[in-house]
Ligand binder design. Sequence first.
Ligand code: TXA
Ligand code: MG
Length: 597
Amino acid sequence: MERKKIYKETKLVSGSDKAGIKDCAEHLLGGEVVAFPTETVYGLGANAFDAEAVSGIFAAKGRPSDNPLICHVGDRSQIGGIVSEITPLAQKLIDAFMPGPITVIMKKSDKIPPEVTAGLDTVGVRMPSDPVANSFLKACKVPVAAPSANLSGTPSPTNARAVMEDMDGYVYAVIDGGDSVFGLESTVVDATGEKPVILRPGAVTKADIEDCANGDAAYAGTLEAGQTPKAPGMKYRHYAPFANVEIMDMPKDAVLIGDESDGTPVSEAKVPDFEKMTEDDRQALVDIASPFIHREKEILKANPFARIGIFAGLEVKALYEKLGDKILLAHTEFYEYGNALDVRAASHSLFEGLRHLDCQEVDTILAQGLTGGGMATAYMNRLTKAAGKKGELLPGMPKPERPSRGELPLEAFKDTYTAQILFADDDNTCLSQVCDAVMTGLIEKNSPYETLVSRNIGCEIYVESAGITASDGASCDPGIVKAVSEALGRNISHCRATRADPAIYDASDLIITVRDEHAFAICRAFPQIKDKVFSLSSFAASCGLVFKDANGRMVSISIPDPRGENEATYMHTVKALKAWLEVLFPYLIKALGADRA
Ligand code: TXA
Ligand code: MG
């Protein structure tokens, strides 16, 4: 299905903006599509009584229209208008779990057009508990047909920004209700028969449903003879990020936290204190983390340039850091969701974590597997699908692309921190100016950034250049000005040389020289800062990046000074520096203590 932008920009409406929500409801009634928050994931809604409006959802999502949508209501009294029969089982489920993270499948009424249910004679009904969803649905007055608000095939969105990434220009508005509480879609239960059949596991667990129904519940696919599995829509590529996903098994004897919703709140995440732990507890942590470390080492052995994302507990990150293998750390991007065995925390962050890691340009994501019978069933259901993405792209579904994150103003962060990278050479009129221009471009293109310490703290990255023997105010070499303008489209004619001094070294978090001898000269003069001074070559080596020529011989990054040479040499110099800095960019950002936000 061809996706066409139909809005110049999609409105972002705050969940507390009553007039904005009313306006969204009016536009929905007028036939437009509006994204809204729920406690599971964000939904992409249209008037369920209006077949044409519903076709707008499929167009925005790029979703094949043979996958049925569920109908959302703000009040139980609306259910009677959607279905033709409420079985005793359905009534029990409605009474016990609505509003909440459940979708109950019932026989549909004639008022719901076949476009909503993909021709099925049943319909899914859901009443979200999220207060913003509830006020929006009440304002709409009609049932709202809505799938999850992601582009077909990609991880579902659990915040407004993730929806904007996929939907800006394709829908009328996105209502921002903050982070979805559960982070995984609702439990879908077929209640047309006597026995509940779970078509999709979610936060309402099998045990919850069995308690309510006073009897067994089955998962679709494990039905008894004579019954037909009813799980349309589960056959497509689902939840998959651009990177490959591999699941790391949890230790067999480990005990999950929060697998059943027994009412006890999940305890706050704690960073482990290795010194104060018992030997057994320490061993338990090592058992959780070691599959990640082993697998990552294997991947890096096969490909020293691989970049690995880790979706795991904060204990796993702490163990990696304790291990202190600099090369391993340089190649690793973490998304820590809370404590490793806390299945609610893992579920809450799964989709956002996959999206975040994708933006760090990782090739492979190693994700924590959690086996259990409650919430863990839902978590593993999504994670297994994300890991098995290959070969499941149907004709018409959008081609997977590495996402770029939607806008995030610095005000979105609680606090901001600054980091500075300095490029140094001898006179600051040629090579260091090129690096400054290239890096400034890369920083702009990939912004914003957050600190590695906390996702709530933004990071502004400054780029400077200076020369060890520069005369302050000297103009750039004209040959390099021309080449930079042609190769990068940047004007550096106004840039002037700065003499490197202790103050600028002190203000910089990372100092990079193009040539080895310049790094060496700085370290000799200021041995106390040697840990933050690198040449391009020694920086690459510190990250374990080994470059080889066609004959398999190791090569170092060597860029001769082009001055006195012809125009082609100047051009070649700029292009070579650009290529190297692009390769090193994610590692440089990490060395500055930052991550793409
Ligand atoms: O939590 C949720 O359920 C979210 C939020 C937005 O409410 N919605 C959601 O919708 O996940 P969607 O379309 O991404 O997934 C709905 C699932 C699909 O797997 C679909 O095949 C199944 O429910 N489904 C819908 N109607 C059905 C029906 N009549 N019979 C069987 N399965 C149905
Ligand atoms: Mg979905």
